[in-house]
Write a protein that binds this ligand. Sequence first.
Ligand code: ARG
Length: 635
Amino acid sequence: TTSLSGLQAFAADIGLQQVPSFAEADVLNNPLDIYHAYLAEHLKTLVECDPHLVYNSIHPSNGIENGDLDIVLPQLKLPSVSPKELAGELLKKPHPLFAAPFKDGIHIRFFFSTKTLPRLLLPYINGRKEKYGVYAPLNLQNGTYSVPKKVIVDFSSPNIARDFTAAHLRSTILGAFVANLHSSMGYSVVKINYLGDWGKNLGLLGVGWQKYGSDEALAEQEDLFRYIHDLYAKMEKELQPEQDARKKARDDGKDTSILESQGLFAERDATFKRMEDGDPDAIALWEKLRAISVDYYSKNFARFNLKFDEFSGESKVSLNPDTVAEVESALKEKGIYEEDSGAWVIDFDKHGAKLGKAALRDRNGSTTYLLRDIATVFDRLKTHAFDKMVYVVCEQDVHFRQVFKAVELMGHPNVANKLQHITFPKPNTIVSPTGNALLLSDILDQCENSMHEVITASPPQYQLEHCAGASKLMGINSLLLQELAARKGHSSGLDFNLLTLADGDTGTSLQLCYARLCAAIAGIRTQPSQEDVAHLDYSPLSEPPWSDLLRLLARYPEAIHAAFKILDPAPILTYLFRVVEELTACLDEAAEDEDEASGSAPSSVPAARAVLYEQVRQVLENGLKLLGAIPISRK
Ligand code: ARG
């Protein structure tokens, strides 16, 4: 069923005519579209109107409680046909793929026939395995594979030596998901970590190193990153009185330039200036400190299986200033770059965007965060020729609107249209149970340990007692799932207590259900062969909860589609929890059956159920991996 001819042969096998062809139907990637195409074809014989109109009047129902597919009658735009009559006609003409439809207001609702559903769906999933839910970039017109589009996902992006905040954590986890989601939709994906590795704070770190750091001290450290992190924190503290004084001067409306030209401010700026001028010693030191951070982050991201294609950052365009120069001359040419008391600015308000006035070069002549981001767009166009770029960054709405507007004003609206910012509110700070701020490695350790503790304390509830490695991995998975479940627009931070809960819609309960299923599969004595899958007697699956579980499985690619439309994990999480609910009902029923059978016949799981279990397991595995988690079973 993985090729069109395979699918046609299969259709013939269950007594159906050829799969009808509609331009909109993606029958090789989405099994719902097979039903959709047959239903549209069926409907076409009863109404006289444009086939596309017919196709588009049919929708997946909004939940399996309401059927599987749904004709929305007004969308047929047929004044002469009465909905009642049409429903009557449809009722008179049974179809092997559908049970009898029913009319519900302006809808005619269809349920899949549970006789043919397993025969169609289970081999469909089995033929695809980890590819079920992955949309090959198929050219629908002629059935060939087209060249995938390229997307850059810019996410995570902590600042060198500074705290990895709750916002960075969420960006990292959400960004990894957005990247995976694009891969599932057939994109080729470049994951870029745009480090805050340039700017005056790097100057401050350099001063800190000169004052307190040394290679000898570094050589003695076990945790290099913590060493430079603490060094920077110390410098921030030392700078604080000067920051306060400057703020006070500002609030009093006084000139702050004198304050900035002395003390630690001046030392910091001078060190950064040496970096900007390419002073070899300053650059060598910066490189050393940067490498420690990159190494630390690479190692810790690997703990949840995340690998970036590039650790780039703000330094990239700063060290190769050609693109910056091009951007600035384009801005000047368009007449939107102005000098403003020594700084260079764009006054967006003057150019039809209520985004205020923003500096691209400050009074010292240094590039700003804004200019670096604008230049980076063009730099990445040169190196990656991307079709789309998505930034997953906490808050910063105005900043990104300024970036996109500047690109447009430079005369590149087509480039601006490729750019998208996914934002979210700032999550609450993550603190350890003792109240300390945490580095990324601390957060991950804490998740692992919490999970390990609860599992050790109450093994029967978690059933993972023999495997310390598994419980740790489960802690990290639960972290990912909890972060992705954070509701849009809410600032709730990571909750270590919620992390380990075995009940409710938690990552832990999801994983436990997966483990329970794996155990059920492992307990099956004779596994059906691959051939069996196409020809088994599936009648044991024709009633709920089994048939409902099947109907849900058919919707997995649809859930991915829904998530992709909004670039948000919610549809997939909702979907997986719904599967878990139905699966639990099935496993409970199976357990009851076994209790009854014990004593009489030796217990055996019907082959049909065995096939279903394996396909559910596959869908859960695919879903969990898409969310970034690594599924673990007891095996
Ligand atoms: N380093 C920034 C911060 O911590 C985030 C960078 C986001 N990405 C970007 N292209 N501006 O706030």
